[in-house]
Design a protein around this ligand. Structure first.
Ligand code: ARG
Length: 437
C-alpha cells in the first residue's frame, strides 16, 4: 500500500492542524479490509450521482464527469493499477480522492446529500446481498451431490446410530438425505435474511437525513433494493442484517461440521464405511500407511471461526448508542471471513463427497452387528402376539441377552431358544431378524 502523508486530511481535515499520529492512522484505517467492497462502492456512487442529476442537485455535466471518472476507477481497480492508501482510511475516501485526481472539482459534488455513514451501510448491504446469492448457489451444488448419492444408495443398508451406538438399520440414502434437508433450511434461512438485507440506507446521510430534495425511492430502485429504509437513524446504525448473515453462515457451517465428523468416523479403518479419494485426503510425513481426512477435519475445525465471527459482531454491537459509531467498522472483517470460510467448506465437502466411495458390504455387516433388529423383533411380538409393547421390550431384552451370551446374531438363535423365553413365538419371526430380507 502506498504511503502518502500529504493526502491525510484532504477529506475531513479542514479543522485539523496536523496529520493523525501513525498509530491513529493504523487503528483508524479499514482499507486493508473494505477495499473488497470497491465494486459496491462504485455502484452506490453511480446511483447516487444519477439521482443528484435527476433532481437537479448537480448539473448534467458534473454528473457525466463523475460517472466517467467512476468508470475509469473501476477499470483501474480491475486491472490492478489503482493504488490504495491507508492515509485515505477506507474504500470510500480512496475512490473519492482518485475521482478528484481524474475529474477535478466536480468530484467534490458527489458527496452532496450523502455521508460515509449511509454510504458504507449501503455498500455493505450490497456486498452481503451478493454474498448470499453466491452461497445459495454453492449450497445447491452440494445438495445436488447429496441427492445423487442418496439415490444411488437408497437400498444400501447401514446401521443408524443413537449415542453413536448401533440403533436400527437404515439406508445410507436416508442418512445423506438428512443433510440435504438441513441444507434446504440453510438455504431458506439465507433467502429470508436477504429480504431484510435488501433495504436501502442511502439518503439517511450522517443520521438525520438531508435538506436536499433527494429521491430515495429512485436510488433504492437503481440499486435493486426493495425500498429505502424508513428511519434515517436506523438506516445508518443497523447491523442486524450482518449478524443474521453471520448466524446463517454459522448454522450452515455447523451442519457441514456434523457431516464432516461422520465422514471422519466412517473413514477410520475401524468403521471402513467410506473411502476418500486420494485427491481429498492427505498422508503422514512419518507413518506411510496413513490416509487422513484432513478436508473433513478442517471443515469441522473452521466452524469455530463461523461461530466466533457471530459472537464478535454481537459483542461489538451490544451496547452501541444510536446512531453510527466507529466500532461498527469492525463489522466487515468477520463477515468477509465467514463468507470465505463457508464457501471453502461447501466446496470442499462437495468435492470430497462426489469422489468418495462407500463400502456397502462393510456397512451391511455393521448393520447386522449390535442387535439392530431388536426393535423390529419387539414390534413383531406386538403385532403378531398382541403383546403390550413394554412386555415385548422385556421379552426382546431377554432374547438379546441370550444371543449376546452365545456370541451370535439374533437370526442365528434357534427357534426353540427363543420359545424358551416366549412360547408363542413362531418361525415367522426370522423374517424381521435379518436386516436384509
Ligand atoms: N470506514 C467506515 C466504516 O466502515 C466508514 C464510515 C465512517 N464514518 C464516520 N463517521 N467516520 O464504518
Amino acid at each position: 500500500m502506498k504511503k502518502n502523508q500529504n493526502k491525510s486530511n484532504t477529506m475531513w481535515g479542514g479543522r485539523f492542524e496536523t496529520t493523525p499520529d501513525l498509530i491513529m492512522q493504523q487503528i483508524n484505517a479499514s482499507i486493508g479490509v473494505d477495499q473488497r467492497m470497491w465494486k459496491q462502492d462504485i455502484e452506490g456512487s453511480k446511483a447516487h450521482c444519477k439521482m443528484l442529476v435527476k433532481q437537479n442537485i448537480i448539473t448534467d455535466s458534473d454528473g457525466k464527469a463523475i460517472l466517467d471518472g467512476l468508470d475509469q476507477i473501476e477499470k483501474e481497480i480491475e486491472s490492478g493499477t489503482f493504488e490504495f492508501t491507508a492515509e485515505l482510511e477506507d474504500i470510500h475516501m480512496n475512490v473519492e480522492s482518485r475521482l478528484k485526481d481524474i475529474v477535478g472539482d466536480a468530484a467534490g459534488r458527489l458527496h452532496t446529500a450523502r455521508s460515509r455513514n449511509d454510504q458504507v451501510a449501503t455498500d455493505f448491504r450490497l456486498w452481503v446481498r451478493d454474498a448470499i446469492n453466491i452461497l445459495i448457489h454453492k449450497i445447491e451444488n452440494l445438495q445436488q451431490t447429496l441427492a445423487t448419492l442418496s439415490k444411488e444408495h437408497d437400498t444400501s443398508i447401514m446401521p443408524g446410530f443413537t449415542h453413536l451406538q448401533a440403533a436400527q438399520p437404515i439406508t445410507l440414502g436416508r442418512h445423506l438425505d438428512a443433510y440435504y434437508q438441513m441444507l434446504s433450511r440453510d438455504k431458506s434461512r439465507f433467502e429470508d435474511c436477504a429480504t431484510r438485507v435488501n433495504e436501502c440506507p442511502l439518503g439517511a446521510a450522517a443520521l438525520a437525513g438531508t435538506p436536499f430534495p433527494i429521491d430515495r425511492a429512485y436510488t433504492a430502485e437503481q440499486l435493486g433494493f426493495d425500498r429505502p429504509m424508513p428511519n434515517t437513524l436506523d438506516a445508518v446504525s443497523a447491523r442486524d442484517f450482518a449478524n443474521e448473515f453471520l448466524f446463517c453462515a454459522a448454522q450452515c457451517g455447523l451442519h457441514l461440521s456434523r457431516l464432516a465428523e461422520e465422514i471422519i468416523i466412517w473413514a477410520t479403518p475401524q468403521f471402513g464405511f467410506i473411502r476418500l479419494s486420494d485427491q481429498w485426503s492427505t498422508g503422514s510425513s512419518i507413518m506411510p500407511q496413513k490416509k487422513n481426512p484432513d478436508a473433513a477435519e478442517l471443515i469441522r475445525g473452521k466452524t469455530g471461526r463461523l461461530s466466533g465471527n457471530l459472537v464478535q459482531m454481537l459483542t461489538v454491537m451490544k451496547a452501541l448508542p444510536l446512531a453510527y459509531n466507529k466500532d461498527m467498522q469492525e463489522d466487515k472483517e468477520s463477515t468477509f471471513d465467514s463468507f470465505d470460510t463457508l464457501i471453502l467448506g461447501l466446496e470442499a465437502m462437495n468435492g470430497m463427497l462426489a469422489t468418495a466411495t462407500f463400502n456397502k458390504d462393510i456397512m451391511l455387516e455393521a448393520a447386522e452387528d449390535g442387535f439392530t433388529t431388536a426393535t423390529a423383533l419387539a414390534d413383531w411380538l406386538v403385532i403378531h402376539l398382541n403383546m403390550p409393547f413394554r412386555n415385548a421390550h422385556h421379552v426382546t431384552g431377554r432374547i438379546v441377552k441370550m444371543a449376546e451370551d452365545k456370541g451370535c446374531k439374533l437370526h442365528e438363535l434357534e427357534l426353540s431358544e427363543m420359545q424358551s423365553v416366549e412360547a408363542a413365538i413362531t418361525d415367522k419371526i426370522y423374517k424381521v431378524l435379518r436386516v436384509q430380507t
